[in-house]
Design a binder for this molecule. Structure first.
Ligand code: FMN
Length: 365
């Protein structure tokens, strides 16, 4: 499947940045999932650019639900959500059509689609396409919350500035899910914004690391080999444009630890198996162990920067330089947060439905 993801619940995204619209089709959803439109709108607004640290392109992301929802609940048939594009400025791109933006997908899109691609604004590779994923997540996240499963993500590092780590999980989740700029320490948030603005003033961009926690999952989800929980989450997360790394628990730091440090000792708490710490990120052998999942996702600096760059003209087949016009974010880490949450919701919903049945997320109020 090319633009689809998922086993029990499949999510298909469509659209181009400067076409008529973008959107998502979700199939395999249980009937009877309450659709919280205020929540979906809130999620879309967290992804939307805002303020000095974001692109000047301001889409309202008014969406329509074309099918699969009746009287506020899913019917069990495919849900199609369409988000029209309204603020395209396509002339920004035509002058530089065949100059490959370094770090972006212009050249690879040309190689794959032989020049038929809609190149305007990054076309199908644009970060804008992630709005469809966020709408899908907006439908799934409240259904998961009803089952006691909560997801939250913070910017654990941005432009070289660290946030504090998770401490009291449920309180941290409450805090983050109310924030547009998801940082646990107010001081770190202010420092990050200052560094982002400084980079923007130099026509440059910055990246960072998103750290996600998922609580409330039962032990026993996932498969031991190809559809491991790490494998499925990575597959989904690497679909997000600008993601260049995913790790679980202590991740790459495990390489330098001894087994005596890396292992998470088991014990019982109120009759339930838990681990004393969580270096393995809640996954053993590809399967959830009942501890919170801990995931880190690396977001690279926004490739479209305003400084002059060396590149190629892939139609004239010559070397050239590029001065990018158009509207771009100096940092996309905070906006990618809600996309990461949405992908996590899709994977978790798929895993739960696979184990407990197609109707697991639907049903009574
Ligand atoms: C929410 C979001 C917004 C994005 N906005 C921009 C943008 O304004 N300009 C840009 O050059 N890249 C943006 N990107 C990243 C590019 O789409 C991405 O880097 C590009 O498609 C190349 O893919 P790759 O980085 O995964 O190799 C955005 C990504 C996300 C997730």
């Amino acid at each position: 499947m090319k633009n689809s993801f998922g086993n029990q619940i499949t999510v298909t995204i469509f659209g181009e940045s400067h076409g008529n619209g973008i959107g998502v089709v979700m199939d395999g959803l249980a009937p009877g999932i309450k659709v919280d439109e205020a929540f979906i709108r809130g999620q879309l607004s967290k992804r939307r650019p805002a303020g000095k640290i974001s692109t000047a392109r301001r889409e309202q992301d008014e969406y329509t639900i074309e099918s699969g929802v009746f009287n506020g609940y899913t019917t069990g048939t495919p849900v199609c959500i369409v988000i029209p594009n309204t603020a395209q400025h396509s002339k920004d791109y035509s002058a530089t059509r065949s100059k490959a933006r370094p770090g972006h997908a212009d050249y690879t899109a040309y190689c794959k689609y032989h020049g038929y691609e809609d190149y305007r604004g990054g076309g199908h590779f644009s970060g804008r396409i992630t709005a469809g994923l966020v709408a899908a997540g907006g439908l799934l996240i409240p259904a998961l919350e009803k089952k006691g499963i909560r997801i939250a993500t913070h910017m654990s590092r941005c432009a070289g500035i660290d946030d504090r780590g998770f401490e009291v999980l449920q309180a941290d989740i409450d805090q983050l899910n109310q924030q547009d700029f998801p940082v646990l320490s107010a001081r770190s948030a202010a420092d990050m914004k200052a560094v982002i603005e400084a980079a923007a003033a130099e026509g440059d961009s910055v990246g960072g690391i998103l750290e996600t926690v998922i609580t409330g999952l039962p032990a026993g989800l996932g498969e031991p080999w190809f559809d491991t929980v790490e494998g499925l989450l990575s597959h989904g997360l690497f679909s997000i444009p600008a993601v260049k790394g995913v790790s679980f628990g202590d991740g790459f730091a495990l390489a330098d630890q001894r087994g005596s440090v890396a292992n998470d000792p088991f014990r019982y708490e109120n009759g339930q198996a838990v681990t004393a710490k969580n270096s393995n990120g809640g996954i053993n052998g590809g399967i959830t162990n009942g501890m919170p999942l801990l995931i880190r996702t690396v977001i690279k600096p926004t490739p479209s920067i305003y400084q002059e760059q060396e590149t190629i003209d892939f139609i004239k087949k010559e070397e050239t330089t590029l001065q990018i016009a158009g509207r771009h974010d100096p940092c996309i880490v905070h906006r990618a947060r809600v996309v990461v949450d949405s992908i996590c919701a899709m994977v978790v919903a798929d895993l739960l439905t696979g184990r407990f049945g197609t109707d697991y997320l639907g049903g009574e109020e």
